[in-house]
Design a protein around this ligand. Structure first.
Ligand code: SAM
Length: 234
């Protein structure tokens, strides 16, 4: 299903990431299962082998190129969908302790089966980020939270920053036109500090990774419920 190992390696290397044989085998299983499952449950519009490789796997894996994640860190992927960006990250960094969260149960069902096939350990959460980050088990309990293509930076900050411990980071993976200024107020209110913006290209597509450092606890009244978040951004 994926391009062969040599070509896949070359593509990963063009983006500065090494691909072992073991990791390739897992990506191959992932691609096949994604495309097969996608025929009955809508997970992605991207199903052509080279596009799955570049736009899903290499794009997700590029998080590791721009963010230094210490050994055994905890990571929650908010609105993970079919596992992006965190499942490719976990394939390359099996030490990371992963939690996958999505509000759609059909996506969580897919991820449970996928992780079993890949022999990957993860914690699966079906629910809305704004509900789960209020519970003691999840609030300020992760070294990192991340999200790709879920919402604008203001909304995403409210969904993701409450999960992060003080000293940890929230990582947002975006297209190049993301208006960072729409998130600066929310980031500050929620206890974050904009730390870094990396602009880069995955082949001919421009991408942006925004890192927010958590510098103080999130006030208890955040996140607000989904209706309030929708009604007025912070
Ligand atoms: N991150 C994946 C990717 O890059 O392919 C999926 C992106 S998809 C556009 C957005 C996902 O976020 C959907 O799977 C949706 O169910 C989930 N989602 C949206 N709002 C959410 C919320 N408040 N809490 C949890 N999941 C949410």
């Amino acid at each position: 299903m994926l391009p062969d190992y040599a070509l896949s390696c070359e593509k990963f290397l063009q983006c500065g990431i090494e691909l072992s044989c073991e990791a390739y085998d897992k990506f191959e299983v992932y691609a096949k299962f994604l495309v097969e499952y996608n025929e009955k449950v809508n997970l992605t519009a991207i199903t052509e082998p080279m596009e799955v490789l570049c736009k899903h796997f290499i794009d997700s894996a590029s998080l590791l190129k721009y963010i230094d994640i210490p050994l055994d860190s905890t990571l929650i992927d908010v609105g993970t969908g079919a596992g992006f960006p965190s499942v490719p990250v976990k394939i390359l960094r099996p030490d990371i302790k992963l939690t996958l969260l999505d509000s759609l149960n059909k996506r969580i069902d897919f991820l449970v089966q996928l992780c079993e096939k890949l022999d990957i350990q993860a914690n699966f959460v079906h629910g809305r980020a704004e509900d789960f980050s209020k519970s003691a088990e999840y609030r300020e309990n992760f070294d990192f939270s991340c999200a790709r293509a879920v919402a604008n930076l203001s909304t995403l900050s409210e969904l993701c920053i409450p999960f992060v411990k003080v000293g940890g980071s929230f990582i947002s993976m975006k297209g190049p036109n993301e208006d960072v200024s729409c998130g600066t107020n929310a980031i500050e209110i929620l206890g974050g500090k904009l730390e870094n913006i990396s602009d880069y290209s995955i082949f001919d597509e421009k991408r942006r990774i925004i890192t927010v450092r958590k510098i103080s606890q999130t006030p208890i009244k955040y996140p607000r419920n989904s209706a309030q978040i929708k009604k007025k951004e912070l």
